[in-house]
Design a protein around this ligand. Structure first.
Ligand code: FDA
Length: 302
């Protein structure tokens, strides 16, 4: 509800990005801010995946600007000597997927340009997953991209009823799959909607991926699921480095460092850019406590 309110959006986007609420989840608006934050995380033994914020573009110029931002980022990461530790995450809707008629072709071409630039500096791309109406299209784009860039990764969302089957299809040699719970407000017809059902689905999907031949990327902050993932790694004889944990910038940072210190590979998803509003709203919606804190801060700011 809040995310859709234009009044709330006006209030929130008037906050400078340095405001503590935004800053907790987004290190900054510029490439420099992201690279600097990334450097600090790498010094703590963590890996990175950068996301240039933006989604649902219906404007070809905006899609082009997003591609340019990724090319600039990859260049900056290379300059900072971070590409061994960092990859990039891309939302197809930010690079043109939703444009009428030309969308799928344009976003595939744009994704190819980012994949090529990533490969040139020695790193890879993972395609984020958005709402369920885009899942087929995103997986089709992944399939096309992988013909030239087989290192390209995908995200699957455990809350979707289809995902266990998608995990089976993608649990093959060379395939990188990030498994998350899912962050969009989906209908019962396509998604599990209770916490318990989503968690059970996550475990089923995790078993498929950990038992498969691909590279599972376990994207969750949930302590129970992290324990289950570690137990499955033991059961399926997977050494650290043949899978990885992933968490979002600013969420459970102590746990990120603790896991890395035990020898696990841990990657932090670092979102940056001026379009932080949709991302921030999803993070706030995940935890009622965050929302209360956020609303209180908003009242005291204004
Ligand atoms: P859950 O929400 O149950 O949280 C478990 C615990 O983590 C909480 O009890 C709390 O301690 C902590 N926590 C979680 N969220 C918090 C928050 N916002 N603030 C403070 N503490 C919090 N989704 C998607 O639909 N498409 C995608 O492409 C991606 N990509 C992605 C990449 C990576 C690296 C991660 C970690 C996540 C995503 N997601 C995503 C988001 C994902 O679907 C999900 O919404 C969040 O990770 C929250 O789910 P958890 O698994 O952490 O469990």
């Amino acid at each position: 509800m809040l995310a859709r309110s234009e009044r709330v959006k006006d209030l929130v986007t008037a906050l400078p990005v340095s405001s503590s609420i935004v800053n907790r989840y987004v290190p900054g608006e510029r490439t420099d801010d992201a690279v600097r934050a990334g450097g600090r995380l790498v010094a703590d033994g963590l890996r990175l995946s950068f996301d240039h914020l933006g989604e649902d573009t219906l404007d070809e110029e905006q899609a082009e600007a997003t591609v340019a931002a990724y090319l600039e980022l990859l260049d900056a990461l290379s300059g900072a000597g971070l590409t061994r530790h960092a990859e990039v995450s891309v939302k197809l809707s930010a690079i043109g997927q939703a444009l009428p008629e030309v969308g799928p072709k344009l976003s595939l071409e744009n994704a190819r340009r980012i994949c090529r630039a990533a490969r040139n500096v020695g790193t890879t791309v993972t395609l984020d997953m958005e709402d369920h109406t885009t899942t087929d299209e995103t997986l089709a784009t992944l399939h096309e991209l992988r013909k030239d860039f087989p290192e390209t990764g995908a995200v699957l969302q455990a809350y979707l009823r289809r995902t266990e089957a998608d995990c089976r299809a993608l649990a093959h040699e060379g395939s990188r799959v990030r498994l998350c719970k899912g962050a969009y407000n989906e209908p019962e017809s396509v998604a599990f909607t209770s916490r318990h059902e989503v968690d059970k689905a996550y475990v089923r999907c995790l078993k498929v991926l950990m038992n498969g031949a691909g590279y599972p990327m376990i994207a969750t902050h949930d302590p129970r699921l992290i324990r289950i993932a570690a137990a499955l790694a033991t059961r399926f004889d997977r050494a650290p480095g043949s899978y990885e944990f992933q968490m979002l910038y600013g969420i459970r940072p102590d746990e990120q460092r603790r896991l890395a210190a035990t020898g696990e590979l841990v990657r932090v998803y670092v979102p940056y850019g001026v379009q932080w509003y949709g991302y921030l709203m999803r993070r706030l919606a995940e935890r009622p406590a965050n929302l209360t804190f956020f609303l209180r801060s908003l009242v005291s700011t204004k």
